[in-house]
Design a protein around this ligand. Structure first.
Ligand code: SF4
Length: 336
């Protein structure tokens, strides 16, 4: 930071999967009841896994039962996640998550997580908060791929942290049956409703309820419905909702943050951010091809953390050496 390699203006986040030191043959179905006390007792990796479970679920509850078990659990390193790679057999893995400063590509934080998209994305919050506390650095913009563009994540960036999301908004694939897309419906903030092409309202409530309802679904959306009577006599029904008596639109409770991200996506700064995102991808390519970290040597979350942190430190030292050579030598040793 004192040499000007870290500016704190723009950060990028991404994750890369690294194989765990756990043979896939030593995996059992996630639904199996496992007695971890076998042999000489649980290993350090198993103890870490059991303590994390206990911390997340201090007492048996409905949540434990309803939680979806992983497809397979490794008896060697149960915190590693069984993950599928395109074109190859599934394996147990962790993810290394990098938060980098875009100026010189310095890694400002690292977090090890099981190789699972939700946990990778959630680690962004940990890293951004930690960098803010440790170095008093909070970026103006955060660059990431579509995985980081969920409504909840965008709302965290925009509303909680005041960071511009330079992230593609995650959205459902558009309708492919030729009917009106949701974007054809006009949102009217003041009356909390959509208007369709025929000028009719789609509302979340069509009759008053005694007790107030939030109408928020489990997926974090509010459903807006047209009136069955309006649709029955509408000449555009076949292009709008041919198979249902009314048209429905699911609006995310984080729609404001999503709209802000969509507006940013039309700016020249966003195009620059998309190009700069390659810096974090290049670091992962370097990690695997040059540093050869394609399989962990240590087990458990703390083993993964130590290896990822050391590798990132090595990458930062290398980057610093390249950037901080005397000016006279820069022509022959240009920073990459
Ligand atoms: S079918 Fe219903 S929602 Fe669709 S345009 Fe006609 S009135 Fe509006």
């Amino acid at each position: 930071m004192s040499e000007g390699l870290v500016e704190g203006e723009g950060f990028a986040v991404d994750a890369s999967v690294v194989k765990a030191d756990a043979n896939r043959a030593r995996g059992v179905p996630g639904t199996e009841v496992i007695d971890w006390r076998q042999g000489d007792g649980p290993s350090r990796a198993v103890q870490e896994y059991l303590s994390a479970l206990e911390e997340a679920n201090p007492a048996p509850s409905d949540d434990v039962e309803s939680a979806t078990p992983p497809k397979r659990i490794s008896l060697t390193d149960p915190a590693a996640r069984y993950t599928a790679a395109p074109g190859g057999p599934a394996f147990f893995a962790y993810s290394t998550n990098y938060l980098i400063d875009l100026h010189a590509g310095i890694i400002v934080d690292v977090e090890a997580t099981p190789a699972h998209r939700t946990q990778e994305v959630e680690s962004t919050k940990t890293m951004v908060d930690r960098v803010e506390q440790r170095f008093a650095l909070k970026p103006k913009r955060l660059v990431g791929d579509t995985a980081y563009g969920t409504g909840a994540m965008l709302a965290w960036m925009v509303q909680e942290k005041g960071i511009d999301p330079h992230v593609p908004v995650w959205q459902r694939p558009p309708r492919n049956d030729g009917t009106f897309p949701n974007s054809d419906f006009h949102w009217i903030e003041r009356s909390d409703e959509y208007r369709c092409a025929a000028g009719h309202a789609l509302r979340k409530e069509r009759r008053p309820f005694k007790a107030q309802r939030s109408h928020i679904t489990r997926a974090g959306t509010i459903i807006y419905r047209s009136s069955q009577t309006d649709c029955a006599s509408c000449s555009m029904k076949d292009q709008c909702c041919p198979n249902t008596p009314m048209r429905k639109i699911a609006r995310s409770v984080h729609e404001e943050a999503r709209e802000e991200a969509r507006a940013i996506a039309n700016t020249p700064a966003y195009k620059r951010s998309r190009r700069e995102r390659k810096k974090v991808e290049m670091l992962f390519a370097h990690l695997k091809r040059i540093l050869k970290l394609d399989r962990l040597r240590l087990r458990g979350p703390s083993g993964a953390h130590d290896e990822f942190l050391l590798a990132a430190t090595a990458q930062n030292l290398r980057r610093m050496a390249k950037w901080l050579v005397p000016v006279s030598q820069q022509a022959v040793t240009a920073p990459t």
